[in-house]
Design a protein around this ligand. Structure first.
Ligand code: ARG
Length: 272
């Protein structure tokens, strides 16, 4: 039996296999190894008149947090009419078949205080149907519930199918990059003159030429709490340009207690 805990400095469900990857990383590499991030899903976003049985051009990332729910960014679904989710995918051109299915969504809950003008509370939950079958090593939920204070200054990881340079081309294969989690004070100072407000419900990463970018939105920012076990700390939200040395990448801080309470109210025990 899985015993869940809500200890503040540990992921929930410490005895579950959330966040576990069986694939180690290529040193200095960018294309992720197959199954390196088994909680990551590709989300297709559809607008009016689109054929939802086909892959769409607009994409976001998302994270499996339970057999029924994907955690991603609310801004991904502004004006969208439908979304579909693909778990266990590496190359966007992989044919849709039993191994790489297109899963439907029953409903989406955007955070009730999501504000597109400030990108505050940029977070949404998608309920999938049918349930996502967990397969160790291949389809695994990510952990949540870390205390962020231990992580500031550390190396964290983001991955996605987004563009590989600002206004450039998106990637067919999943890519990963390591970046540094900086303090919110530093981030606020850096964004000060731009008119962008950095709230405590956000997180920032900075490493020149290393960042998330368009198309990576909604994907998880993760921290390797022990070898090959990851906890989700953020959701790719926004930035000015990408990989700029002046403007950090900004994420929704999912370690925030109010967010964890909101998620648990809908999902139950994430990671279980
Ligand atoms: N809003 C973008 C998207 O929809 C993500 C931008 C992230 N930018 C950054 N510099 N980290 O895909």
């Amino acid at each position: 039996m899985t015993v869940c805990t809500s200890a503040p400095t540990l992921p929930f469900c410490t005895q579950s296999n959330c966040g576990v990857t069986t694939v180690s990383r290529i040193v200095g590499g960018f294309e992720a190894k197959i199954n390196r991030f088994p909680w990551l899903v590709l989300i297709y976003i559809y607008y009016a008149n689109a054929d939802t049985s086909l892959p769409s051009d607009t994409k976001c990332g998302g994270a499996i947090i339970s057999p029924d729910y994907i955690l991603f960014a609310a801004h991904c679904v502004l004006r969208a009419i439908a979304v579909r989710v693909r778990p266990g995918i590496h190359n966007v051109n992989d044919p849709i078949n039993e191994d790489s299915r297109l899963i439907s969504i029953e409903f989406i809950v955007s955070h009730p205080e999501y504000d597109p003008l400030t990108e505050s509370n940029d977070m949404a939950l998608a309920r999938v149907s049918p349930t996502i079958p967990f397969t160790p090593g291949k389809i695994v939920p990510i952990c949540l519930g870390l205390n962020i204070h231990h992580v500031v200054g550390s190396e964290v990881v983001v991955a996605g199918w987004g563009v590989t340079s600002f206004q450039g081309q998106s990637s067919d294969v999943l890519r990963e990059v390591s970046v540094n989690l900086i303090s919110n004070e530093q981030c606020r100072t850096m964004y000060n003159s731009s008119g962008v407000t950095i709230k405590d419900t956000m997180l920032c990463t900075l490493l020149p030429d290393k960042d998330a970018c368009q198309g990576d939105s909604g994907g998880p920012l993760i921290y390797e709490i022990q070898p090959q076990k990851f906890v989700m700390i953020g959701i790719v939200s926004f930035g000015i340009g990408c990989g700029s040395e002046s403007y950090p990448g900004v994420y929704t801080n999912v370690t925030n207690n109010n967010y964890i309470t909101w998620i648990r109210g809908i999902v139950g025990n994430p990671g279980c």
